[in-house]
Write a protein that binds this ligand. Structure first.
Ligand code: NAG
Ligand code: NAG
Ligand code: NAG
Length: 365
């Protein structure tokens, strides 16, 4: 009899324990469901959203990381998105130095006043390029003066020892401090990503020209180029993302060297005829020939703006990239670009309404 009673008591206790455990688990589950973002699909975690929230509260102090970016009027939204992506993926004390033309100063100021990006706006005087670029309006250098701003880095950043230059058609997914910490070899004024040993060159479309080597950018039949004794098949590099030692830059008079090659090109037409829109590349290739350091190729995953770019990289690789670069014709704020959904995440709408990314739904209206 007593044994049976004990059994019943044990059974009752087990049932109670079971009910308590079940209840607790149900509570946890409802808590979990409540925390989940109602807009997101179940089971999908959006990592950038939590980053976004946590970096909002970041107190940015310590060593300043100067980043220089240009902002032509017709693509101000590009620079804004690039900067926003950099800011929210880092806790570093980043200061953006935005070089723009006089006509855009007010527009940019209005736009950035709606953000928490720490910045300086610098007006570029195109007169600095007089005699150094072609006057022929058919040639690209005549129409995009801001592309040359990177040649004048120490003038725009007189107090910086080290700085980063970025094209505006990029989105950064890594911590910019990592790029800034790139070690430059002694005597080197800059570090770039090379075109042949980089991750980006894998699966490079054949027939796209010899844009992996010096011969794709310079006319090796010209005397001035021949005299340099450079090998035409030397791997080129992409000047759209670089880290610079401005002390070295000034000591070596890199700006002066670049300017004299520009002037000589106006007179002797030294650049390759197949040069697409990379007008600033040839003088940089000459000045930094075998005299530059390298950045991690994941910090310049490029060619996203070329035809067929959507098939070049796996989604996994794109996610791992520290920096995505839409060099080429198809920009992520324009029509028919690949991976524009990634760019859209970082876009801050223009309060003046002048800049509008071109999107399918907008076309339909
Ligand atoms: C910009 O505009 C101001 C005022 O209109 C003018 O004084 C200045 O010279 C201009 N600067 C450049 C670089 O064109
Ligand atoms: C930059 O170059 C100067 C001169 O060679 C050198 O003393 C300095 O350590 C370098 N700075 C950095 C951050 O690499
Ligand atoms: C820098 O180079 C340019 C072009 O070669 C030259 O005219 C200028 O005098 C140089 N400046 C210095 C400070 O060496």
């Amino acid at each position: 009899m007593t044994l049976r009673r004990v059994n019943v008591v044990i059974l009752v206790l087990l049932v109670i324990a079971f009910v308590i455990i079940l209840h607790r688990n149900l509570l946890n589950l409802t808590d979990f469901l409540k925390q989940d973002n109602p807009d997101s699909a179940p089971g999908i975690i959006l990592p950038f959203e939590t980053d976004f929230l946590s970096t909002r509260k970041v107190v940015r102090s310590g060593e300043e990381i100067p980043v220089l970016i240009t902002a032509p009027e017709e693509r101000l939204g590009a620079a804004v998105s690039a900067m926003n992506s950099i800011y929210h993926n880092s806790k570093a004390n980043i200061i953006f130095n935005i070089v723009t033309l006089n006509e855009s100063l007010l527009h940019l100021k209005t736009w950035l006043s709606k953000t928490d990006l720490k910045h300086r706006i610098i007006a570029f005087d195109p007169n600095i390029l007089t005699g150094k670029i072609s006057k022929d309006p058919q040639k690209p250098d005549a129409v995009r003066p801001l592309s040359f701003a990177r040649f004048y880095l120490p003038i725009f950043l007189p107090d910086a020892e080290k700085a980063i230059y970025l094209d505006d058609d990029v989105i950064v997914q890594g911590d910019i401090r990592e790029l800034f910490d790139t070690t430059l070899k002694s005597g080197h004024a800059a570090a770039f990503s090379e075109d042949c040993d980089s991750a980006s060159s894998k699966g490079f479309i054949r027939g796209a020209g010899n844009q992996n080597s010096y011969m794709g950018f310079l006319d090796f039949k010209k005397e001035a180029v021949k005299k340099l004794g450079m090998r035409a098949n030397t791997c080129s590099f992409n000047p759209g993302v670089f880290v610079a030692n401005l002390t070295e830059w000034k000591q070596q008079n890199v700006t002066g060297q670049l300017e004299s090659w520009m002037e000589l090109n106006v007179k002797e037409d030294l650049y390759s005829k197949n040069l697409a829109d990379s007008i600033i590349t040839p003088p940089m290739l000459i000045v930094f020939y075998k005299h530059h350091s390298n950045i991690d190729p994941m910090w310049n995953v490029r060619h996203l703006g070329t035809t067929g770019a959507g098939n070049r990289y796996s989604p996994h690789f794109v996610k791992l990239a520290k920096l995505l670069h839409w060099n080429g014709h198809y920009k992520p704020w324009g029509r028919a670009s690949s991976y524009s959904d990634i760019w859209d995440k970082w876009y801050i709408p223009d309060p003046t309404g002048k800049f509008q990314p071109i999107r399918r739904h907008a076309e339909d209206q």
